[in-house]
Design a protein around this ligand. Structure first.
Ligand code: PHE
Length: 452
């Protein structure tokens, strides 16, 4: 199987298109669906502070590392890693970082699309006014009925995956760019609108103190690891997504600045999502539900009771769907780019094959709440196991090796040339990626996996 030359590799048409795509990848279900409930179980402000620390001290340096490796390689993550390792006179085994990303993103898209399907279904439910006036029990029962149904979740999962494949097969300029430059500004406007609405009608003060007042008593090693996992997941790190987006970059773009912009937008959206959701939850006297239920079970009660709930509810689930789609395309892209850069597959064929395989693999997750709900892997549900495997094991591991690779195995001079950062920023970045990232990840990892 011959590989097409790097000169045939696609490129973003502008810096703006790249930023929108990368922010679109980062901002997703992780910010709006997962962050609020993780913050809730991790003690509110304490979790938020630690999470933000991880984003800027570990996340940003790794974003820079991944973007620059992708750009230098100008190939899919697996082949880019192989190429850079060879150029630096290192073992090609470093391409395992690329493999871990491609396999990880495939595992994630398989269940991400299931949750994406739920959001699609909720959007339609709200448009149809089906949530109007529902009680707490009805909201809980409605969600359970959807996820335990033997075939409905599969249909929504298929539809969501179909939309994702439909965008990815059109390529970088024709598909990804068009989708993100349209959808991302819409998402920001919707989100700001939701926050203003929540601020005016909800209990904003309670939400602010919940999100920003630390309750340190809830903090333990597991919460710290989930804050780390969440920061990786939310920034799309160690999944090949950022590296493959980096491979479509030209040399004009300043990678350091772009990384800070992406991280700031991503954590900004997570906090705004909290400020859109919790004021409503508190104003209606609801307690933040556990886990998946917060957005799907708790919020619909509020939408069902408020005036204009149909519109607000539709906007909210529309927002969630848009965020999910722009992330899903970045989850499919790493494996598609790997196949599409060979002469055996065109992009279309690659997108259908990987999308189809992810749909099939994801159908177990889709059914994991219904007919397969008795199936557990190491005591966890199917989605729970996939999340643990990718967020808490594969991502930190791949992140650790990425930091070690750029910090210790690529020459300092090559990194300086690639990044073209001004001093003192290069020195700060280099210090973080060489010492802080690997040590912090290794220590947290050791505590949780090896135990104490
Ligand atoms: N960052 C996305 C989110 O927060 C999910 C994602 C993870 C996307 C990994 C790409 C790679 O929802």
């Amino acid at each position: 199987m011959a590989v097409k030359p790097a000169s045939e590799h696609a490129h973003w048409s502008s810096r703006w298109a790249f930023i929108m795509a990368a922010v679109g990848s980062a901002v997703g279900l992780g910010n709006i669906w997962k962050f609020p409930y993780e913050a809730n179980s991790g003690g509110g402000g304490a979790f938020v502070l630690i999470y933000l620390g991880f984003v800027f001290l570990i996340g940003v340096p790794l974003l820079v590392a991944e973007l620059s490796l992708g750009r230098r390689g100008q190939l899919s993550p697996i082949r880019s890693m192989e190429k850079v390792a060879k150029e630096e006179g290192r073992r090609t085994a470093w391409s395992l970082i690329g493999w871990s990303g491609v396999i990880g993103s495939f595992i994630v898209i398989s269940y991400y699309s299931v949750v994406g399907g739920w959001t699609l279904s909720y959007m339609i439910q709200t448009v149809l006014g089906n949530l109007q006036g529902i009680t707490g029990e009805e909201a809980v029962a409605g969600f359970d009925a959807l996820v335990t149904n033997p075939w409905m979740p599969l249909v929504w999962h298929g539809l969501f995956m179909g939309i994702t494949v439909g965008i990815v097969l059109r390529g970088i300029e024709g598909g990804l760019e068009k989708a993100v430059t349209l959808l991302m500004p819409a998402l920001f406007i919707l989100l700001i609108g939701m926050v203003i609405y929540a601020g005016v009608t909800g209990d904003f003060a309670a939400a602010v103190s919940f999100l920003f007042q630390p309750d340190w008593s809830k903090l333990d090693a597991d919460v710290i690891l989930s804050a780390l996992g969440q920061s990786f997941f939310s920034l799309s790190l160690a999944q090949g997504s950022i590296m493959v987006y980096g491979s479509y970059l030209t040399r004009q773009v300043k990678v350091g600045k772009a990384a800070v912009t992406i991280a700031a937008a991503d954590s900004g959206v997570a906090l705004l999502a909290g400020l859109a959701i919790f004021p409503i939850v508190f104003a209606y006297g609801l307690t933040p539900g556990k886990e998946e239920g917060l957005v799907f079970q708790t919020l619909p009660i509020a939408f069902g009771q408020m005036t204009g709930g149909v519109v607000i509810g539709t906007l909210f689930f529309g927002l969630l769907t848009v965020a999910a789609i722009t992330s899903a395309i970045s989850l499919l892209e790493p494996s598609v780019s790997y196949l599409a850069e060979t002469d055996k597959f065109g992009r279309k064929k690659a997108a259908f094959i990987m999308g189809g395989a992810a749909f099939a693999f994801g159908s177990f997750s889709s059914l994991g709440y219904g007919i397969l709900s008795d199936v557990t892997i190491f005591g966890q549900s199917i989605i729970g196991f996939k999340t643990y495997l990718t967020n808490n094991l594969m991502m930190p591991m791949a992140g650790l090796f990425t930091a070690l690779f750029v910090g210790w195995f690529v020459s300092r001079k090559a990194m300086m040339d690639e990044l073209a950062m001004e001093e003192p920023w290069f020195r700060v970045w280099y210090f973080l990626v060489r010492f802080i990232c690997p040590t912090a990840i290794a220590v947290i990892f050791y505590h949780v996996v090896i135990g104490f």
